[in-house]
Ligand binder design. Structure first.
Ligand SMILES: CC(C)(COP(=O)(O)OP(=O)(O)OC[C@H]1O[C@@H](n2cnc3c(N)ncnc32)[C@H](O)[C@@H]1OP(=O)(O)O)[C@@H](O)C(=O)NCCC(=O)NCCS
Length: 176
């Protein structure tokens, strides 16, 4: 394994994932869920996997989009994006459903650059939800959104089905 010299985000690619990448995204999701298990109540199934029932919807529904992040052809993360607010039900909202950067590549601006590429691709009204218990993600999203918009956005609190979120809402009229 070679030393990782940070030349990000120049080397970052954010590529749409198709049904052919289903296993890859599912495998990355396991790493993501394991990170979440540190502060969120999730249990492994008997097969040793967390699993994600909604993943197949990303290959069948037109308003759901999956992305893989790579750095010099090596996997570095993924994102799942969908249309429809989890907070209000507004179907025009773009929702950042899941977002993950592999540990090896963290703190080099990759997450910030990948998020910006995604916001640029889907212009319009966005919601980024952060679980109240996910303090790192709160700091990350506050900074990533401020960097992209050149404006600081204050999140609002929301509680849906017993889950408590911070919700960042903004318009992404970003140019590539
Ligand atoms: C949150 C996550 C996506 C950040 O990815 P990343 O590529 O490391 O983020 P960046 O390098 O672009 O970070 C940008 C800024 O966010 C903040 N930030 C990121 N990680 C942080 C951490 N662990 N602690 C404190 N601040 C952090 C910092 O301000 C950072 O800037 P700096 O490195 O110059 O201080 C990554 O840690 C991750 O995948 N975590 C697990 C999954 C998760 O929580 N996803 C979000 C779900 S809402």
């Amino acid at each position: 394994m070679g030393a990782f010299t940070p030349r990000l985000p120049v080397d970052l690619e954010v590529l749409p994932a198709t049904r052919d990448h289903a296993v890859t995204v599912a495998n990355l999701f396991e790493l993501y869920a394991h990170d979440f298990s540190e502060f969120h109540d999730v249990e492994l199934g008997d097969d040793g996997r967390f699993g994600y029932n909604n993943l197949p919807l990303y290959w069948s529904e037109p308003n759901r989009h999956a992305f893989l992040f790579s750095v010099r052809q090596k996997l570095a993360g993924f994102a799942l994006v969908k249309r429809g607010s989890e907070i209000t039900g507004d179907e025009c909202i773009w929702d950042m459903a899941e977002f993950f950067v592999v540990r090896r590549y963290r703190r080099h601006g990759l997450g910030t650059a990948a998020a910006r590429q995604i916001w640029t691709r889907f212009t319009g009204r966005w919601e980024v939800r952060v679980m109240e218990s996910n303090h790192v993600a709160y700091d990350f999203w506050a900074r990533a959104i401020a960097t992209a918009l050149k404006e600081t956005i204050s999140p609002v609190h929301a509680e849906v089905a017993g889950r408590r979120w911070y919700v960042f809402s903004f318009d992404s009229g970003l140019t590539p």
